[in-house]
Design a protein around this ligand. Structure first.
Ligand code: URA
Length: 212
């Protein structure tokens, strides 16, 4: 899909989210927080749910955790606008309580549509809720953090500790910073694999042409 079409499709999803009343969080939200960033991003970062600041502004990761996330992005030469940032839930749970299963289920189609439109090379799950939503059955965040996993769909996922949790825990913070630095070589590997597959496809085409 061309980038301009991706932008348009993402706007449609955001518009639908702004009118969503599929779960009770729609009654307590100030703003919906659909997500934002590069519609043609190689990397999608998915957090848990909007917090106080996000609900106030309608912007994901705009508080202290967001500032830390931006610092880690800068550490690998990226800006916020280079990636797409979203959450598993598009509305804030009251008092930042954990998302409920029914809320996750109601909100999931929006995230799935965003992923399909952007078609990122890598989906990064931030924190245990995002990781269990994105990679069900793959393991706990303690087992999975810092590892790239290709799921049966072919999509590659990468699990990280949540920046908010790491902010208040020194050893988690360093682990998160170290894990984050693994992102560029993973992207490079995925790009090289795609190139190799394309080359093999082309060779297959040539073979088929000869056969015909
Ligand atoms: N924590 C999240 O998981 N998402 C946000 O957008 C902000 C904080």
């Amino acid at each position: 899909m061309a980038e301009i079409d991706k932008k348009e499709e993402l706007l449609k999803v955001s518009d639908e989210i702004s009118k969503c009343f599929e779960c009770p969080l729609s009654k307590t939200r100030t703003n919906t927080v659909p997500g934002e960033g590069n519609s043609d991003a190689d990397i999608m970062l998915i957090g848990e749910a909007p917090g106080f600041h996000e609900d106030e502004k309608g912007v994901p990761f705009c508080g202290a955790a967001g500032k830390f996330l931006e610092e880690m992005l800068a550490g690998i030469g990226l800006k916020r606008d280079d990636v797409f940032i979203a959450n598993t839930l598009k509305c804030r749970p009251p008092e930042n309580r954990d998302p409920e299963e029914s809320e996750k289920t109601a909100c999931r189609p929006y995230l799935d549509r965003q992923i399909k439109i952007i078609n990122p090379k890598l989906i990064v799950g931030l924190g245990r809720h995002a990781v269990s939503t994105l990679m069900p059955g793959a393991g706990s965040i303690t087992q999975l953090h810092g590892k790239a996993v290709r799921r049966p769909s072919g999509q590659v996922y990468f699990a990280l500790y949540h920046p908010a949790a790491a902010l208040h825990n020194g050893s988690l913070r360093q682990t998160l910073i170290d894990d984050f630095k693994k992102i560029p070589p993973i992207i490079e590997k995925i790009k090289n694999e795609k190139l190799k597959m394309k080359k093999e496809d082309n060779q297959e085409d040539v073979k088929q042409q000869k056969l015909i």
